[in-house]
Write a protein that binds this ligand. Structure first.
Ligand SMILES: [Zn+2]
Ligand SMILES: [Zn+2]
Length: 271
């Protein structure tokens, strides 16, 4: 009797995708991948919201879901300058700190690339667990950097210079904060021993949700509306944090703030 289990059939949805990614193995193994992926994905995902912000000046009906910014009294040139300075700070952070450190981490990790894609259910479970773990660690770290004045000044105050947020502000943080967030995200995926495809999906969703948190609009199709009972906070939840520092420390889910008494419902003043 043959005691070995027959190999599971490949996942029909993810296997072709994974094989097309594997054909770019050199790119996947590049030490510069984490920093360049983080920067470019953030920029690309921010562009639609920035366009809405600009077009909303000409067609005010585009501002119907706006919860922050968009003051028509502010000249568009000032807004573009604000975004340009923000983008420059983020690029400098990535070039001087994030790229060298994550390149070193990538060389140490040397991720292996299995030939098989994960099953869809496994990939979904890994992404969900990564998000929950990242959310928990970020919540604890965020409380600490708010409660310790020395850390707040050196690590977190840069992020709070934007009281009314806009999409690019998601990564407008000090190099040390950006580095800590990248390290937490990479560590969560490593601790859960995720398949590289699940890890990529997690990083992409992580960047998308942080851009949504800061986009300044509460859209009817936003990701935080996917779950019931306000389990995900979304942009109203995070905008409230930018207005009232002592509430809503978690990046995405609301359970830790509810449990710790730091939850505050959407009270950010609408423009
Ligand atoms: Zn923020
Ligand atoms: Zn904060």
């Amino acid at each position: 009797m043959n005691s070995t289990c027959p190999a599971a059939p490949p996942d029909l949805l993810l296997q072709p995708l994974w094989e097309s990614i594997l054909r770019r193995e050199r790119l996947l193994q590049s030490p510069l991948l984490p920093a360049s992926f983080g920067f470019l994905a953030h920029l690309a995902l921010s562009v639609p919201f920035l366009l809405v912000d600009v077009l909303g000046r000409r067609w005010p009906q585009m501002n119907c879901y706006r919860i922050a910014g968009g003051d028509p009294q502010v000249p568009v040139g000032d807004t573009l300058q604000l975004w340009g300075r923000c983008l420059l700070r983020i690029a400098c952070c990535h070039l001087t700190v994030i790229a060298p450190v994550t390149a070193l981490l990538q060389c140490v990790r040397s991720p292996s690339l299995p030939p098989e894609a994960p099953r869809c259910a496994r990939a979904l479970a890994e992404v969900a667990l990564c998000l929950l773990l990242f959310d928990s660690v970020y919540f604890a770290w965020h409380v600490v950097i708010h409660r310790v004045p020395w850390l707040y000044q050196r690590v977190h105050s840069t992020h709070h210079q934007n009281r009314d947020t806009f999409a690019l502000a998601a990564q407008d943080s000090s190099p040390w904060e950006l580095l800590s967030l990248q390290t937490i995200a990479l560590t969560c995926a490593a601790l859960l021993d995720c398949h590289p495809l699940s890890e990529m999906a997690f990083h992409m969703i992580n960047i998308w949700m942080s851009v949504e948190d800061h986009c300044g609009h509460d859209l009817p199709w936003a990701t935080h509306r996917l779950l019931p009972f306000h389990l995900l906070g979304g942009s109203p939840f995070h905008q409230t944090h930018h207005h009232h520092f002592r509430y809503n420390y978690a990046p995405y889910f609301t359970h830790w703030d509810r449990l710790c008494g730091t939850y505050r419902a959407d009270t950010a003043e609408k423009p």
